[in-house]
Ligand binder design. Structure first.
Ligand code: SF4
Ligand code: SF4
Ligand code: SF4
Length: 460
């Protein structure tokens, strides 16, 4: 078990300790005597000063102040300049792990133009008032491009009102030629879900008629590459595909120009049902992730898993509740991109208002209650060395207590530790993230959000 000493952690590793001060981005390996010395020193206990250790600690800036990270206040922070439209629960794929059971829900649900327009107008106004560039993102509960007419209307409307509006979406890439042309012309960024090798993609992400999806997705990726669009690929890994993860990442690196590959273990038990992963899979995933991470490095690409991010110091896992107006297909305001409608198992605690009479109407008490719940979840994690990065994890991936997410926590802790060891090795024995930006390890983009898009990550 690692130990927390309020601002630094000692993590057992082999027969030694990783001594870790996250807010200073400092990590190094020490023996038990060094760990004990620093622990006593930190507690102000009387110790016989060791000049050699003291010199070392001074040289690495051990006692300098760490990065601060205040908890955002609702009153001052809630002026979102980002509209996120959860477009539909229809889908042309039947991914075996789909959290929304898209395409198979009994009630079809498509966002309406008045709801979409109200969200866009609201964020454009906020953006103008605050001087922030507005953004418009299309997300799921289904495949956004299925609701194509509304999607194109929303893009054209937002861009006509404010030409600098950034447009992005999370998509499965099952696009027609004319859709590819529109996306390549108008989108700033795309997060494209694709599971690596064609066999894995076809097995995990079949079309509704069970035919193969890989060839169409490959065409869409080629179109993005040719148009020079900024896009990332998002892979989901299941217990029976974890052995093919590194090969999948290699395939993506060799055949696409994407710079960022997000890799996540599945977080559902089956279609439409969230669930933790078991510890065997968690261990396998972490090992194979690091193999894939090294493959990515050899191609100069960033491979990342959302909750393992030692370069981030944050007070919340995700900033979507304060930075985005997230509107469901049935016109609710929610705090998460995955809470797609009233049918979502998480709808109740995540609903913080609604769109009515063409206006965005927040229930500020509900939003504050949601934020308070996130801080209580985070509070449970004070003794975990991932506390400052994972912050209690994504609200949907770890909806309950920490004890109910042992698989997911194992993945986060294991990968974070292995990344720290890589950083220490690269730094010649000490990781000093604040002093020397270890460029090779810092992501080109700041990854973070667990869902299939990355604009609302908590940043340093
Ligand atoms: S995971 Fe995405 S692409 Fe797959 S079925 Fe669900 S909504 Fe469709
Ligand atoms: S990171 Fe988690 S909580 Fe935030 S929007 Fe994505 S799925 Fe929802
Ligand atoms: S959710 Fe798990 S991994 Fe994340 S900070 Fe809490 S205990 Fe650590």
């Amino acid at each position: 078990m690692d130990h927390c000493h309020s601002d630094f952690y000692t993590i057992p590793w082999q027969d030694k300790w990783v001594i870790y001060k996250p807010q200073r981005q400092l990590a190094f390996i020490g023996n038990a005597a060094l760990a004990k010395y620093i622990l006593k020193r930190n507690h102000g206990a009387t110790i016989k000063t060791d000049p050699e250790i003291e010199q070392f600690l001074e040289r690495i800036g051990f006692d300098l102040p760490g990065l601060e990270c205040p908890i955002p206040e609702l009153e001052s922070a809630c002026s979102p300049a980002a509209a996120v439209l959860l477009m539909t629960n229809r889908c042309n794929l039947r991914c075996v792990y789909c959290y929304a059971n898209a395409g198979e829900e009994p009630c079809l649900s498509d966002i309406t133009w008045p709801a979409a327009k109200a969200a866009i107008d609201h964020v454009l106004e906020n953006a103008e008032r605050t001087g922030v560039t507005p953004s418009l993102t299309f997300h799921g509960g289904g495949e956004p491009t299925i609701h194509w007419e509304l999607l194109t209307k929303a893009v054209i409307y937002a861009r006509a009102a404010e030409p600098s509006t950034r447009v992005s979406m999370s998509s499965n890439g099952m696009w027609t030629e004319s859709q590819r042309r529109f996306i390549c012309r108008h989108f700033t960024n795309v997060s494209l879900s694709m599971d690596g090798l064609a066999d894995v993609q076809n097995r995990q992400r079949p079309m509704a008629d069970v035919s193969e999806s890989a060839p169409t997705v490959a065409k869409s990726i080629r179109a993005l590459d040719e148009a020079g669009i900024d896009y990332g690929i998002r892979m989901t890994v299941m217990p029976d595909s974890v052995g093919e993860l590194a090969a999948g990442v290699k395939h993506i690196c060799a055949t696409t120009r994407t710079l960022a590959i997000q890799v996540e273990p599945t977080f559902t038990r089956c279609r439409g049902q969230y669930g933790d992963i078991d510890e065997d899979f968690a261990e396998d995933f972490a090992e194979h992730f690091m193999e894939a991470w090294r493959v990515g490095r050899s191609f100069n690409r960033q491979v990342y898993y959302s909750a393992a991010r030692p370069w981030v110091i944050a007070s919340t896992f995700c900033q979507a509740p304060l930075k985005a107006v997230v509107v469901t297909a049935d016109g609710r305001l929610v705090t998460c991109f995955e809470v797609f409608s009233a049918a979502s198992p998480l709808a109740r605690g995540f609903t913080v208002g609604q769109v009515c009479d063409g206006q965005v109407k927040y229930d500020h008490a509900a939003l504050q209650a949601f934020l308070d719940t996130q801080q209580s979840r985070r509070h449970e994690c004070r003794d975990c060395f991932c506390y400052w990065h994972c912050c209690g994890d994504c609200a949907t991936r770890r909806p309950g207590s920490r004890q109910e997410s042992t698989g997911r926590c194992h993945v986060t802790r294991r990968i974070t530790l292995m990344l720290l060891l890589e950083y220490i090795h690269e730094g010649g024995g000490v990781w000093m993230g604040l002093r020397k930006a270890t460029a090779a390890f810092r992501p080109k983009r700041h990854p973070g959000a667990a869902c299939e898009t990355t604009p609302f990550e908590s940043k340093l």
